[in-house]
Design a binder for this molecule. Structure first.
Ligand SMILES: [Zn+2]
Ligand SMILES: [Zn+2]
Ligand SMILES: [Zn+2]
Length: 196
């Protein structure tokens, strides 16, 4: 049995050979750990190394072939479980509440931003006339404004609410680092394609 994982969001750089995992085991621990933790996110590295980010902040992983860590649907009876992981996993909706009460935990960087991430940027396609642009991140038509100083003038699309057609996020950097490729399509600055 696997659970759906949350994206492995980070402020750091992530090379293109690292893959975000969509599913993972319910519980993991290394042999040296005193308790089982719950994966919030997972990343696959070259040579079949997998690292799970636990809800409490621990990173647990290693080579899947050498059994560097243990995974379980249910910890063996009597073995303790990390309380932070258990509460946050249930509160974020990854699993049922262990108490029966409605728990709530809202991880950061998951919900789409209210303002379009392309606001005040050059991520637009100018329409004829040059006063309106089509947002490359969300598809909305919005006015263009001159921004920057007198010595550095540039046109930007105005701040606007993210349209319903907002591009899917990078699993690692979400919508924070959108940029354009040479042919004009939008992608994450880490190089990952985010096409629908
Ligand atoms: Zn934990
Ligand atoms: Zn937009
Ligand atoms: Zn990225």
């Amino acid at each position: 049995m696997t659970v759906a994982l949350f994206p492995p969001t980070t402020r750091g750089t992530v090379s293109l050979d690292i893959e975000a995992l969509a599913e993972g085991p319910r519980f993991v621990r290394t042999r040296g750990m005193s308790r089982w933790h719950r994966p919030r996110s997972g990343s696959r590295y070259p040579q079949d190394r997998v690292v799970y980010g636990a809800w409490c902040g621990y990173g647990i992983g290693g080579s899947e072939r050498t059994g560097a860590f243990l995974a379980a649907d249910e910890p063996p009876a009597g073995e303790p479980v990390c309380a932070t992981c258990e509460g946050r996993a249930a509160g974020a909706g990854q699993d049922n509440s262990p108490t029966g009460r409605l728990l709530l935990f809202t991880p950061r960087d998951i919900a789409p931003p209210k303002n379009c991430p392309a606001s005040r940027s050059c991520l637009y396609e100018a329409l004829s006339g040059g006063r309106v642009g089509r947002c490359l991140a969300c598809g909305e038509l919005q006015p263009l404004r001159a921004m920057g100083g007198p010595y550095n003038p540039r046109y930007s699309i105005v701040q606007h609410q993210a349209g319903a057609a907002l591009v899917p996020p990078c699993p690692f950097h979400r919508w924070r680092q959108l940029t354009t490729a040479e042919d004009g399509h939008v992608l994450c600055a880490c190089g990952r394609e985010i096409n629908q």
